[in-house]
Design a protein around this ligand. Sequence first.
Ligand code: SAM
Length: 354
Amino acid sequence: MNRNDLIHILSTTDETELERIRESAEDTLLRHCGKKVYFRGLIEFSNICGNDCLYCGIRKSNRRIERYLLERERIVEAALWCGEQGYGSVVLQSGERRDAEYIDFVEKTVAAIKEKSRSAAMPEGLGITLSVGEQSEESYRRLFAAGAHRYLLRVETTNPELYRRLHPVGMDLPDRIAALDALRRAGFQVGTGVMIGLPGQTVEHLADDLLFFREMDIDMIGMGPYIIHHDTPMASWRDARERTPRERFDLGLRMIAAARLLLMDINIAAATALQAIDPEGREKALAWGANVIMPLVTPGEVRRDYQLYDGKPCLDESADQCRSCLAIRVAGAGREIGYNAWGDSKHATDKKSL
Ligand code: SAM
């Protein structure tokens, strides 16, 4: 797979060929990772954010949402619920804060989940993935020592001009890349990803993003379509609508297939944003090479205040409803749920055993 192959996957209009690409991505997944789909219960525990990303609904300047930080007990309770369902892992996600008090809060929360989630089925406790943005290497080390072992930090785009356009002054692509390196040094399995269908983004940019994932030897990918949020500066950009939601969705599936064919044994999440565009978005992602799903377990009372984009799905469903709905979706895609397992990527576990 070279850059031209990737560009071709992202741009061919031949339906027969597209189906062939999908089939070989699915086949690559089944050969390298097996049939299992791993669940990570997603707990969006705070929307307080010091960043002002121009695309994001919880950006600092959006005054139309109520800011929250869930109490530690609520977060632990949601995580333990995941353990009881056999999910095996949780993702703790929030806006970005770098103050000492916050890092301390996250560290203690991770430690509490670890301690309380040990059971006969999961003697090592729940697997914990963090997604709390750019932090210092020292903070990453503390969070790792507390018991989190995977970290998701999207690079958003690896094109320097596009990155600059999407972010306020002071947020720089080299810092984001340095943070990914720091995560690795701190011991984490590292996940990253991009938004797909951004204004001004070309298939060449996306092919370069995929090659970046390979160069960084990343262990997992979470990427999905860019979706407009009406209360953001980007919503009024003339080129924000240059692709229709359906075009961004289709490009999202092609990106999953291309990533699977290029990187083979990594974990790839079926992003929730896909389902914001297509009700069957996540099943389709499974058929195009994804093997991880993040059911929403954020407590109902704050879900509405964590809307990164318009049309977030599952707003009115309980965690229980999300669970049964996803179980049906996974079975419908001809796959199995990997219960009571962390479901680390084969790429990460193979590296560790070297
Ligand atoms: N603060 C952490 C960070 O930046 O990594 C985690 C939370 S952040 C809101 C999670 C991800 O949401 C971002 O990496 C971004 O890719 C995605 N996101 C934000 N706004 C979006 C939008 N309008 N459409 C699609 N994805 C979006």
